[in-house]
Design a protein around this ligand. Structure first.
Ligand code: GLU
Length: 398
């Protein structure tokens, strides 16, 4: 993924006429931290925080708990954050953190200990005006609440602006949990409005986590003519040409069961999902889901990147050759960090906004961002993905 992100920056930078030196500047990370966390039971885990750029504001980006976390993944994700915050038009930079751990294998006590020790290892490098972490894959409001508490104990900071994605009771923002999915709905709607695809659409969704589930739930409410025909989680899922109810799937998942066990529809695996004949393929699982080996089977007209880095560089080149519109992650999933920024603003001002106000602000930022990326794609004759990187570059170097 690091290679993909850097190649995309290089391509867009060259098309804007930047020198190699200027592009190297855009790619390099400001600071990289790594350390080992040892829990009371003797188990050890590798922890990372990469700060890519604070040119536009404090470093901003989530913390991921996943066995596959390594330095290059965190570097890539941190880099994408700087470009995402720039495209979103918020005064924040880019960073990312992670711990190489399977959190599902930890007890609640061990998870809390790990979260607190992560903050102990980073306390001098983070803070409301320095670096403001948030949730990412397998981290949530509970984990962030432990981290904020630890940070407050260590630093004395009482503003709550040191982390975003907190629980509502702990000064989190209404609308933050749904923000990434909601943002994906806004961006897709805006792109559809500009495209030749009109009328009802069908879509398939890979990944039923925090992002994918909220995307489907918000879409069902706001765009009843977007028909969800297939959905998968990590073990596969189901297909129903007649349409699936996002609400029913979500209620089912909340009982702890897998999508393959759902009562209606035909079972499919993740490869079959990619090859469905739908208008939109929404990718909300992990990185590198589409690569040069499986891209040929894609029949969708639009790929919506709700995860970070779900399409490899070779996969992206092939999508272009296949004339598939690829809506890039740094636009399609920017809703999360936009509402994180709004949470930070509320904390700094000691305010609590209504969900309606938060959603209206989110809508405003994403409509602007989508229009600007679209206009750049027209002006510079670039696919949306390179246009998004180009737009971010212009903002990062000015
Ligand atoms: N982890 C999310 C992302 O990749 C949100 C980051 C944030 O809110 O700071 O965009």
């Amino acid at each position: 993924m690091l290679d993909t992100a850097r190649k995309l920056i290089r391509d867009a930078g060259r098309k804007l006429g930047l020198s190699d030196k200027q592009i190297d500047e855009l790619i390099k990370t400001d600071a990289e931290h790594n350390f080992e966390i040892e829990l009371a039971d003797g188990s050890k885990y590798h922890a990372y925080r990469v700060q890519h750029s604070n040119k536009r504001g404090p470093y901003k980006g989530g913390i991921r708990f996943h066995p596959q976390v390594d330095y290059d993944e965190v570097r890539a994700l941190a880099t994408l954050m700087s470009f995402k915050t720039a495209v979103a038009g918020i005064p924040m930079g880019g960073g990312k953190g992670g711990v190489a751990v399977d959190p599902k294998a930890l007890s609640k006590e061990a998870l809390e200990e790990l979260s607190r020790k992560y903050v102990q290892g980073l306390k001098d490098h983070i803070g409301p005006d320095k670096d403001v972490p948030a949730p990412d894959v397998n981290t949530n409001a509970q984990i962030i609440d432990w981290m904020v508490d630890e940070y407050e104990n260590l630093s004395g900071d009482q503003t709550k602006a040191s982390f975003t994605g907190k629980s509502i009771e702990n000064s989190g923002s209404l609308g933050r949990d749904a923000a990434t999915g909601r943002g994906g709905v806004i961006v897709l709607r805006e792109i559809l409005n500009k495209s030749s695809i009109s009328g009802p659409i069908t879509y398939a969704l890979q990944g039923w986590g925090n992002v994918g589930s909220f995307f489907a739930l918000v879409a069902e409410k706001e765009h009843p003519d977007w028909k969800l025909v297939a959905a998968t989680d990590s073990s596969g899922g189901i297909y129903d040409a007649g349409g699936l109810s996002a609400k029913a799937l979500d209620d089912f998942k909340k009982t702890g069961r897998k999508l393959t066990e759902f009562t209606t529809g035909r079972k499919i695996d993740n490869d079959q999902l990619l090859s469905l004949d739908v208008d939109v393929l929404a990718l909300a699982a992990l990185e590198n889901a589409v690569d040069e080996n499986n891209v040929g089977s894609i029949k969708a007209k639009i790929v919506l990147e709700l995860a970070n880095g779900p399409v490899t560089y070779l996969g992206y080149e092939a999508l272009n050759a296949q004339k598939v519109t690829d809506i890039p992650d740094i636009l399609a999933n920017a809703g999360g960090v936009i509402v994180s920024y709004l949470e930070w603003v509320q904390n700094k001002a000691g305010e609590h906004w209504t969900e309606d106000r938060v959603n209206k602000e989110l809508e405003k930022y994403l409509k602007n961002a989508t229009r600007q990326v679209y206009e750049r794609s027209r002006k510079n004759q670039l696919p949306l993905k390179e246009a998004a990187f180009a737009e971010a570059i212009v903002r990062l170097i000015s």
